[in-house]
Design a protein around this ligand. Structure first.
Ligand code: NAD
Length: 507
């Protein structure tokens, strides 16, 4: 064990000990509660599969209480001026920053993401709050639309209490991405974090409390998707659902929300292509290809899990790629040297491992990795894996694996690259590496995805739209797109008193 790992483990233990001694409850109407039944589940760390402590299992009644609290708090929060909301949300960002080290350590232990990446979690979370806090005073802004005899103007009002349901892959950051614009718009929130990684959502609620957010504006209910999550999507008080998770869960939520006509925003799965042409900058493309699938344990919606590689560059690129994948440092997430940590949960780990057999059965080659790393202990460790000699009809090219596993497929021409890239049910992101600007622009326009990066890895710009097409999502996050989702547009039409009002009954 390195000295730094030892130090980090000791620090993490200081923060984690409270969960061993106390059940993590819900935060409803400004109070911490163990809910209507007080039933709990064990929250396991992927580093050893041992329990970090008990978490309360939310019931339909717990969700009901949270939704009613959000409904009660809505009018006052929505009517508060944007400038006041801005102040409170900046205070919330301050509280997050004060606890940045704790958030990073707890998040790493809870979901297995290496500390080198989770160090950014709190900083990025706080930045999300600051960005939307600053936009809060202008959230109501609309358009002025003129006619000869009338002037129309639009304004936006917060839609009402909203449900936010999040996954386990980068739980803290993703929650703030949804909750910050919702609060800035004037909505109240019921949040359900993923059952595999609930701890930092609790810290986030504590930050909200410490920042003086009025009771009921932000409520957090722990528990399982099929009970607590489902109850949020079905509750009459909830006007919209912002959901991040699997595509199949997204369709379930759409059906569950249909009777109450929920507005939905979905960020779902992906099988994103990174397309490397012969004329690409070799070293930069190699760095990005490795980074975009092996960082965050490959548990990242925008990961480029299909490498489409042009034949001319292929032998040299694959050789260099193999060396890099073999050299990746797998280890404890709190070790600062670790590049790939344990996968979030045994169930997910077994699913990822099942693709090793699927690859060979379908005729791909396991060029690197392909096995469990039992020598690292009882955690969910596996070797970063590279499949070569694959084609796009294989399961490893079609299905979202959501682990540190890359599938390489070769192509000859631009047309073939485009055909392979689009031959998927998903459409979240795409990455294009070429020195030819015309080709980059043609491909960027034709690859079916919500987001394209040219000669770059994933780079997030908060004012830009984020989201997918096809089975990867509905709607966009970011900048004003977020306010469009969390707010209703109202049109107001004022006459100039110059037109003839139709008059009836004057005979
Ligand atoms: P998941 O769909 O299993 O769970 C996500 C959340 O939904 C959890 O909180 C879960 O409890 C809840 N849930 C489950 N069933 C529900 C139901 N019937 N009603 C309401 N809520 C329910 O997803 P996951 O396994 O936690 O996360 C991994 C997935 O998330 C991957 O597919 C990944 O691509 C996707 N993801 C997408 C993006 C994006 O921006 N497109 C970002 C991150 C993750």
């Amino acid at each position: 064990m390195t000295q730094q790992l030892d130090t980090n483990l000791t620090k993490a233990e200081q923060f984690l000990s409270k969960y061993r001694d106390n059940t993590l409850g819900h935060y409803i109407a400004g109070e911490w509660t163990l809910g209507s039944e007080g039933k709990t589940f064990d929250n396991l760390t992927p580093t050893t599969n041992e329990s970090l402590g008990k978490v309360v299992k939310g019931t339909q009644e717990d969700v009901n209480q949270a939704c009613l609290a959000a409904q009660t708090a809505f009018a006052a929060w929505a009517e508060l001026s944007g400038t006041e909301r801005k102040k409170i949300l900046h205070r919330l960002a301050d509280k997050i920053e004060e606890r940045a080290e704790e958030i990073a350590l707890v998040e790493s232990m809870d979901c297995g993401q290496p500390l080198r990446f989770m160090k950014q979690a709190a900083i990025r979370g706080a930045a999300n709050f600051r960005f939307f806090a600053d936009k809060s005073p202008e959230a109501k802004n609309g358009l002025s639309l003129h006619q000869d005899d009338h002037t129309n103007y639009t304004l936006r009002n917060a839609i009402g209490p909203v449900g936010v349901i999040t996954p386990w892959n980068t739980p803290f950051m993703l929650s703030t991405w949804k909750i910050a614009p919702a609060l800035a718009a004037g909505c109240t929130v019921v949040h359900k974090p993923a059952e595999f990684s609930p701890l930092t959502a609790g810290i986030l609620a504590e930050c909200a409390e410490a920042a003086g957010l009025p009771a009921g504006v932000w409520n957090m209910v722990n528990g399982f998707g099929e009970v607590a999550g489902k109850a949020i999507t079905e509750h009459k008080a909830i006007k919209a659902i912002a959901f991040v998770g699997e595509t199949t869960t997204g369709s379930m939520i759409q059906a569950q929300g249909a009777p109450t006509l929920k507005r939905v925003h979905f960020e779902l799965g992906g099988k994103n292509p990174v397309i490397v042409f012969d004329d690409a900058d070799f070293d930069r493309a190699l760095d990005a290809v490795v980074f975009m699938i092996y960082s965050l344990n490959g548990q990242r919606c925008t990961s480029s899990s299909r490498l489409l590689i042009q034949n001319g560059i292929k032998p040299r690129f694959i050789e260099a790629l193999k060396q890099r994948v073999e050299s990746l440092k797998v280890g404890h997430p709190l070790d600062p040297e670790t590049e790939v940590g344990p996968l979030v949960h045994k169930t997910h780990y077994n699913k990822v491992l099942s693709y090793m057999d699927a690859a060979t059965q379908d005729g791909a080659t396991i060029a690197v990795g392909g096995r469990a790393l039992d020598e690292l202990g009882a955690g969910n460790y596996l070797t970063p894996t590279l499949f070569t000699e694959a084609n796009n009809s294989m399961r490893v090219a079609k299905e979202e694996i959501f682990g540190p596993v890359l599938t390489c497929i070769e192509f000859d021409s631009e047309e073939e690259a485009l055909q392979i890239a689009n031959d998927t049910e998903y459409g979240l992101s795409g990455y294009i590496w070429t020195a030819n600007t015309g080709r980059a622009m043609r491909m960027a326009s034709k690859v079916e995805a919500g987001m394209i990066w040219v000669n770059s890895e994933n780079n997030r710009n908060l004012p830009s739209p984020f989201g997918g097409v096809k089975m990867s999502g509905v709607g966009r996050d970011g900048g004003d797109w977020s306010f469009d989702f969390y707010m209703e547009t109202k049109n107001i039409c004022i006459a100039h008193d110059t037109h003839n009002v139709p008059s009836l009954g004057k005979h």
